[in-house]
Ligand binder design. Structure first.
Ligand SMILES: Cc1cc2nc3c(=O)[nH]c(=O)nc-3n(C[C@H](O)[C@H](O)[C@H](O)COP(=O)(O)OP(=O)(O)OC[C@H]3O[C@@H](n4cnc5c(N)ncnc54)[C@H](O)[C@@H]3O)c2cc1C
Length: 498
């Protein structure tokens, strides 16, 4: 089939069978028309249309070395630093069109992770079966241009206990039965982006494991309509706005996350890519997390552009755009935004090969730095935007007020700023800013997506070579004659590079 259009993706969703998706306690019949999920479908759809739209086509299309055809970049295995850079750029560009998390990059990062992890198992330990199965799966995904969710985060129960120590044995997804034709899995993954509107879900372990956790060290992919899979869609701030009109509701601006429950779900062996490989579980998580941390440079700076643009427009509507403090705040927002983006580009240009023949990965230090910046800067950018926008961002009249003929004239008179813009213009821009700058996609996802900030600090601490930095200082202080090696950064190799 090859590249799909957005409409073909939507048709594909309608063809899914057995899908069990719940929104606000009720089973959803058709995710493509349900008001709560429709904005998610639209955002996902944009990733397909990107391969056809004039302004994104060059970034979104790429030739697959696996099937020899042009495919959507969202199912591509990176072939070098240029591909890693193109990922960040595509994410920034798409954010301008979607205005929220477009939800397809977790599955993409899962594909690249499983390619490297299964490839390493084949190269290092001669276990070729996982790699062969995975490449077959990859070709299927690329040929059919599938929408994938990536499910790593387990519900985790007691955080300080390992999977096998949990009072609830199902707190981490695990294998409850091995059969001749496959495995049966039980457990649940939390906070899974876009999961109600995908074709398939790629499941991976979420932490380093010990031998006693072997049954939890499992990665696989299944269609979302596999019997036993249930999705409970989560709530977000302002989510009932999805039921509203085009100003307050805004057609594009919501994604969703879901709790995915696996109630004794059968997975055929050809879809199992990692099993009982507990020794490599930590490495798998490191590879995935670094890919995902790099990607945030693109999508969050793209949303930052929308917020900066909205703030500038609102400043113009208030007649304050040229005031020094406003200029200062806009410059600060640009500085914060471009810092996140630059770090992600550095993580990409400094990418490295983890397999003899490919397996391109990011620079893990720079990827962690990127995500750690992202865990902070969007809050500051949002704060500055609210400062410029004024209190109306939290208090403005509704779309319904504007549509009330008795009120409209008064709103037009009292809500307008400079005559160049109407009151409706102001309300539209205020709503856009509110919906993006206070959204789960821009704020909470920036903190917790790809791991909470502490996870990045642990990685940063592990990857920096303090002894080497100390030696550099001791040498300059005349305390040692030790020779420096050729490496520029005092970084240690990550587990994945060892
Ligand atoms: C909007 C959004 C989208 C997401 N999308 C996806 C997705 O598509 N796929 C996916 O797999 N995941 C996704 N995630 C999940 C994300 O990776 C997790 O939220 C993140 O890893 C943190 O896990 P948690 O939410 O369970 O937080 P918790 O683990 O409950 O963390 C709460 C606090 O406890 C601390 N903590 C946790 N464990 C320990 C410990 N052992 N010792 C000391 N402190 C600890 C943390 O540092 C944090 O401060 C998403 C999250 C969000 C918010």
């Amino acid at each position: 089939m090859g590249l799909r259009t957005g409409d073909q993706y939507v048709e594909g969703l309608r063809r899914r069978k057995h899908v069990e998706v719940y929104v606000l306690g009720k089973l959803v019949e058709d995710v493509t028309t349900h008001p709560f999920l429709k904005p998610s479908v639209k955002a996902f759809k944009a990733t397909f249309d990107a391969a056809f739209d004039e302004d994104t086509r060059a970034l979104a299309r790429v030739k697959s070395p696996f099937i020899g055809e042009e495919i959507n970049r969202f199912v591509h295995i990176h072939q070098g630093p240029e591909d890693l850079v193109a990922k960040v750029k595509l994410l920034r560009k798409l954010s301008h069109k979607v205005g929220t998390c477009f939800q397809r990059c977790v599955g993409w990062d899962a594909l690249n992770t499983m390619y490297i992890v299964t490839g390493k198992l084949a190269e290092r330990e001669g276990k070729k079966v996982y790699f062969e199965r995975f490449v077959e799966y990859l070709k299927y995904v690329q040929k059919n241009d599938l929408a994938l969710a990536g499910a790593m985060t387990d519900v985790k129960g007691v955080r300080s206990l390992r999977p096998h120590e949990q009072p609830n044995k199902d707190a981490y997804v695990h294998v409850v039965e091995e059969r001749g034709d496959g495995i049966v899995v039980r457990g649940a993954k939390a906070n899974i982006t876009g999961v109600a509107v995908v074709d398939e879900v790629v499941v991976m372990p979420t932490r380093a494991m010990t031998e006693k956790d072997a049954e939890y060290a499992v990665a696989f992919a299944i269609p979302l309509d596999t019997p036993g899979v249930k999705v409970v869609v989560g709530r977000q701030v302002n989510d009932l706005r999805r039921f509203e009109g085009e100003i307050d509701g805004l057609p594009y601006l919501f994604n969703h996350e879901g709790l995915v429950i696996f109630e004794d779900v059968f997975v055929p062996w050809e879809r199992v890519f990692f099993y009982k490989e507990w020794k490599h579980s930590g490495e798998l998580v490191e590879i995935f997390a670094s890919f995902h941390r790099q990607g945030y440079a693109g999508c969050k700076s793209g949303l930052g552009d929308v917020i900066i643009g909205a703030s500038f427009n609102l400043a113009r509507q208030l007649g304050i755009a040229d005031k020094p403090h406003v200029q200062e705040k806009l410059t600060e927002m640009v500085f914060l935004n471009e810092t996140m983006y630059s770090a992600g580009l550095a993580a990409s240009w400094e990418g490295r090969k983890l397999l003899k023949d490919g397996g391109w990965w990011v620079n893990p230090m720079f990827a962690n730095i990127t995500k750690h910046l992202v865990a902070r800067f969007p809050y500051e950018i949002a704060r500055l935007s609210h400062d410029i926008a004024g209190g109306i961002i939290a208090t403005g009249p509704s779309e319904a007020d504007l549509k009330n003929p008795d009120l409209r004239k008064l709103i037009e008179k009292y809500i307008q700023g400079v005559p160049e813009f109407t009151a409706e213009d102001r309300l539209r821009m205020v709503r856009l800013l509110e919906n993006i700058s206070l959204s789960a996609a821009y704020l909470v996802e920036s903190v917790h997506g790809a791991g909470s900030p502490q996870a990045q600090r642990i990685s940063i601490q592990r990857l920096y070579d303090l002894q080497k930095a100390e030696m550099i200082a001791r040498r300059l202080a005349g305390m040692t004659n030790a020779q420096l090696d050729q490496k520029v950064e005092p970084h240690k190799p990550s587990d994945a590079e060892r």
